[in-house]
Ligand binder design. Structure first.
Ligand code: ARG
Ligand code: ASP
Length: 730
């Protein structure tokens, strides 16, 4: 909760003329920038007004930003609806258009004219029409003494009414979400487009360059981009896919600035960050660092080792498990970095210090006096569930056979009539599952994960079936696995498909029974407790954040990320994340060449790229004879910010956000501007790939390319910020 320290920033910067504390923390609501952040942004070098970023009365930057499929961000970069996002965000679509004969993943894809652009069923993008504070409407007339349960049920009834009123007679949708743990509610009126066509993607050797080896890592050299186009009905309105649809005419699109980036330049990320928990107390962060993250990491260590061993032995398994492996590895690596960052920044001690200050303030205020003590008690009540909770998700459901038995259990327990309705879906679920299933790998996973559960989890959380197996096989988990896999119909596609018409038998299947018992115990002893502690914590956190705001009336607070539209601002910057490690702000094509010499297949460099490098055939995209690839900035970002534009001082696109450095991943809990850096792909590398590698310069003709440098001295920046009055919180 470094924002508690933020209020000192401006005074420190202006009066002492050196900056110890930095202003970059926060994911801010775009409609509140004017009231809260405009001057801070100018102090960092911004040369736009808050209105240029968000306005409902005229076009603004927000009109070029979309939520891409609900899980990433994208931005419009031409007046014909051309859309940019990450390669890893468009990956599913690119993969679906690929086949052995037409392998877009390996070869890349470039539509050379609009009629070659590929439709994508189910893909949509969402613009924000306007954002409204609806807190008053949500709470009006409710007695403040109303109990939590009743309060939540009243609110649940009101939200649809408010949304209905806001969108009646339009084709808009609306979402209302709680902010600051329910102290505030904001409504987002949205407009979604559903005809989104694939325009271009580099080969994965560029779009995924570095693979898992480089994930969450700096120096980075990934060309993590793909391009789509938004189509509308001929009259410009959103429409389902139809051949006669036309490219969208956006209210705004981002010009692209190839002027280059240097440390100290203003940068801003605009997008849809998914989830952060910046206000967690030490009672939550301590078990996360000491218990939860180590447990999750330990289980995933084992899962990855087992998958890796089999993937190395067989090409078939390597392909089957590639995406599963990547999914497990992504957060495994994230949690390791997160713990590292939390330790380096001494996050627990810092939180404890803040809590001590809060307690001193609260002692004379009956409403808050016992809040922290109460919270501590609830976390203590929740603590015993953490290990079984995480092991259920990571270890028990890490055995694929158990997770698949769980996912299809409803079918086998259903009535005949219901089964008939579910048959088709269950079959297609099975097709998908067994396509990427290797029995020996799963058997090894099962044996190891059951052993870990039995050894690491308190016996009070062992279902009978596990206890019996432990007694019977006396620590030989391979034998346990052998027995289960020999008998279970879930171990083979043929047996599974055949058993769809004989569901009674499955009710006695060993994998089915084991899953059922684990799940029943989990619900009774883990979920039940966590439901109770969870709703107590919701209420306590709501009060805690409210208390913090009362305690620091001059302070600006930002709400945790919740997949709504946000702005983060900062500067292009290098840093020293750990003792003796220096991250410079920019990487170049040279780095790709060096990495490619390591022999690691994650670093395979396409020959054509190598040739361009040898010839230094960079067109107008290089800087001093070198081709920039990625850069670092101090913008506060998280999952969901992938594909977000990194924007310069005047609203042009300079980069495409896609990751954070390893130590930065703690920013979901504890952002620290000295340590945390987001990673973006430089627009010049993007244009170079489109132009020189793909030969798709017709796409560049569509864009608006500018070349500008907005470098300001610290004195110029503070003068710009002081033009207005210093920020006063709402
Ligand atoms: N770490 C980034 C994010 O969380 C990128 C993940 C995709 N890349 C990968 N190598 N798995 O989304
Ligand atoms: N890689 C993340 C994403 O896909 C971004 C991040 O966590 O920094 O959204």
């Amino acid at each position: 909760m470094n924002m508690l320290r933020k209020s000192f920033l401006l005074t420190a910067a202006f009066l002492l003329s050196f900056t110890v504390l930095r202003a970059e923390e926060g994911m801010w609501l775009p409609q509140l920038l004017k009231a809260l952040n405009e001057n801070d942004m100018k102090a960092l070098g911004m040369r736009m007004s808050a209105e240029d970023i968000y306005s409902v009365n005229r076009s603004s930057l927000k009109d070029a930003i979309v939520s891409f499929g609900g899980f990433c961000t994208g931005e419009v970069i031409s007046d014909q609806g051309l859309l940019l996002t990450n390669y890893h965000c468009g990956y599913g679509q690119i993969q679906r258009h690929s086949s052995v004969e037409n392998d877009l993943l390996t070869n890349g894809f470039w539509a050379m004219s609009k009629k070659d652009e590929l439709p994508n069923k189910g893909l949509f993008v969402t613009f924000i029409v306007r954002i409204e504070d609806v807190t008053q409407q949500v709470f009006s007339g409710i007695d403040p003494k109303t109990g939590e349960k009743e309060l939540q049920s009243i609110i649940a009834k009101r939200l649809p009414e408010i949304k209905e009123k806001a969108t009646a007679g339009t084709h808009y949708d609306a979402v209302i979400k709680p902010f600051f743990y329910g102290n505030k509610y904001f409504m987002f009126v949205t407009e979604s487009y559903k005809d989104i066509r694939l325009v271009g993607a580099p080969p994965s050797a560029i779009g995924k360059f570095g693979g898992d080896t480089d994930n969450w890592v700096w120096p980075r050299h990934t060309g993590d981009f793909s391009m789509f186009r938004i189509y509308t009905a001929p009259d410009g309105s959103p429409a389902e896919y139809a051949e006669e649809n036309v490219p969208m005419k956006p209210k705004h699109f981002l010009p692209i600035n190839i002027g280059g980036v240097k440390p100290g330049d203003f940068s801003m990320v605009f997008g849809f960050p998914g989830r952060t928990q910046e206000y967690l107390t030490s009672y939550a962060v301590k078990p996360l660092v000491e218990t939860i993250n180590p447990a999750r990491i330990k289980v995933r260590d084992e899962k990855l080792a087992i998958m890796r061993a089999d993937m190395q032995k067989s090409d078939k398994v390597r392909i089957q498990y590639a995406s599963k492996y990547a999914r497990v590895a992504n957060y495994w690596k994230k949690w390791i970095g997160e713990n590292r960052g939390l330790k380096i920044s001494q996050a627990v001690a810092a939180k404890e210090k803040e809590e001590k200050a809060f307690q001193t303030w609260a002692n004379s205020r009956p409403e808050y006096a016992s809040l922290l003590a109460d919270m501590k008690k609830v976390y203590a009540q929740q603590l015993p569930t953490e290990m079984p909770y995480n092991y259920m998700r990571e270890a028990v459901f890490g055995a694929e056979i158990l997770y698949f038995a769980y996912r299809t259990s409803h079918y086998f327990e259903a009535s005949e009539a219901e089964r008939a309705k579910m048959l088709k879906k269950t079959k297609s679920q099975a097709e998908g599952f067994y396509k990427n299933y290797n029995l020996p790998t799963d058997k090894a996973l099962f044996a190891r994960l059951m052993e870990m559960y039995a050894n690491d989890i308190d016996a009070a959380y062992h279902p009978d079936a596990l206890k019996k197996a432990v007694a019977k096989y006396k620590g030989n988990y391979a034998k346990f696995a052998e027995a289960v896999f020999k008998k279970s119909v879930f171990a083979s596609k043929e047996k599974f498909m055949a058993s769809l018409s004989k569901p009674k038998k499955v009710l006695k299947d060993p994998a089915f029974l084991l899953t059922k018992e684990f799940y029943a115990l989990y619900k009774e002893k883990v979920v039940a407790v966590r439901k109770e502690t969870g709703s107590k914590l919701d209420l306590l956190m709501r009060k805690y954040v409210k208390g913090l705001m009362e305690m620091n009336p001059g302070q600006k607070f930002y709400p945790d990320a919740n997949s709504t539209m946000r702005v983060s601002f900062g500067i292009i910057d290098e840093n020293e994340p750990e003792d003796g490690i220096r991250y410079t702000h920019q990487t170049h094509l040279e780095g790709i060449v060096r990495k490619s010499e390591s022999g690691n297949p994650d670093f395979r460099m396409p020959k054509k790229l190598r040739d361009l490098y040898e010839r230094k055939d960079y067109g107008r995209w290089a800087e001093n004879g070198k081709m920039p690839v990625c850069f670092l900035a101090s913008n506060h970002t998280t999952g969901g910010n992938s594909g977000s534009p990194i924007i310069d001082a005047e609203g042009n696109l300079i980069g495409l956000n896609f990751d954070r450095t390893w130590q930065s991943t703690m920013s979901d809990i504890n952002y620290n501007a000295t340590i945390c850096r987001n990673i973006g792909m430089d627009v010049r590398y993007l244009l170079f790939i489109i132009d020189k590698y793909a030969g798709a310069s017709h796409l560049i003709d569509e864009m608006k390319i500018v070349s500008k440098v907005y470098r300001q001295t610290p004195a110029q920046k503070s003068a710009a910020a002081q033009e207005g009055t210093l920020t006063k919180p709402e």
